[in-house]
Design a protein around this ligand. Structure first.
Ligand code: 13P
Ligand code: SF4
Length: 305
């Protein structure tokens, strides 16, 4: 048995012995997805987090995801497998600035992408994920909305929900936002029969060239169910690799070699082993006032989503 298989078997045995559930975001590597109990995009993980029966959850992803699990399951031990895995977008907005905006503009509802810190969530009214953003913004009774932090996802929502007055701030994912309009045009020219599938975190000059724009899960589902057999994948490059493995009769081309989230890559199989064994990772703790205040916008997301 090779080292990877033997470590995976040790993780499976330890999970059962120690009552641990492993959640893994789809941007994780294949060897990690294979040992996870639940895999998916941030929407699926945040929903699943509230339902899992185990007393301990190991999150393979980035810090805001582990914080969200803790908010939804305050009684569980939540371990972030790679303690250094942050999300630069989640830390972009200043909490005091958002609180001051709300005070000066009381008609506005603050809609926060789930890719935000628990601390920032304390001043937000409702959370969304890339899968649920359009649906939730549509369902809100309020007309004036401040959408943070991703202005690219925000513009995507603006277009889909023109009846709302949506204000954006300058922020976004440094990985998805690096893709240029020229890269998209070049990829399409190089693969003229392929459909371009893009995440809404890409800039509008890229998404407007796409045949389909959607969350990680929506992109994967589109590729599975669409009759076409060639696709350019405009999101983190792990998704092109996972799809290639899952659908070997179809072809997947990464849109750009820059679509790699280094933070997501900080989780390794040995890091997962150490977290499950209770000798690694970081146990997530949040102050009670942060837990209570941040939970409000997560609950509203679940209610509206
Ligand atoms: P989704 O998982 O919601 O598609 O988001 C992608 C992402 O960048 C996660 O950090
Ligand atoms: Fe954050 Fe972007 Fe990485 Fe997602 S891909 S974790 S939004 S930096």
């Amino acid at each position: 048995m090779n080292t990877i298989h033997s470590m995976q078997n040790d993780i499976r045995r330890l999970k059962a012995e120690r009552d641990v559930c492993i959640l893994a975001h789809s941007y994780q590597s294949h060897d990690i997805l294979e040992v996870a109990d639940i895999t998916g995009d941030s929407f699926k993980l945040s929903e699943a987090a509230a339902q899992v029966p185990q007393s301990t959850v190991v999150m393979c992803g980035v810090r805001f995801m582990a914080e969200t699990v803790k908010l939804l399951s305050p009684g569980k031990t939540v371990i972030l497998a790679a303690p250094d895995a942050g999300c630069p977008m989640a830390e972009q907005m200043d909490k005091d600035m958002i609180a001051a905006f709300k005070e000066a503009n009381p008609s506005y509802t603050v809609v926060a992408y789930i890719n935000t810190t628990a601390d920032l969530k304390t001043v937000c009214d409702v959370c969304v994920t890339s899968s649920s953003a359009v649906k939730i913004v549509k369902a809100l009774p309020e007309k004036d909305i401040l959408f943070i932090p991703d202005c690219n996802l925000g513009q995507f929502v603006q277009q889909a929900v023109p009846e709302k007055n949506i204000k954006l701030l300058q922020g976004g994912c440094p990985v998805h936002a690096t893709v240029t309009a020229k890269e998209a045009a070049d990829a399409k020219a190089q693969h003229p029969h392929a459909l371009l599938l893009c995440h809404p975190e890409c800039v509008p000059a890229v998404t407007k060239q796409a045949d389909f724009v959607g969350s990680t899960a929506a992109i994967m589902q589109f590729a599975r169910t669409c009759d076409a057999d060639e696709f350019i994948i405009g999101t983190e490059n792990s998704i092109a690799a996972h799809l290639e493995m899952e659908l070997p009769h179809k072809r997947f081309y990464p849109l750009s070699k820059h679509l790699v989230c280094d933070n997501m890559k900080l989780t390794t199989l040995s890091g997962v082993y150490r977290a499950v064994a209770g000798i690694g990772g970081e146990v997530i703790t949040l102050p009670e006032n942060v837990m209570n205040a941040a939970r409000v916008c997560i609950d509203r997301m679940i209610e509206l989503g």
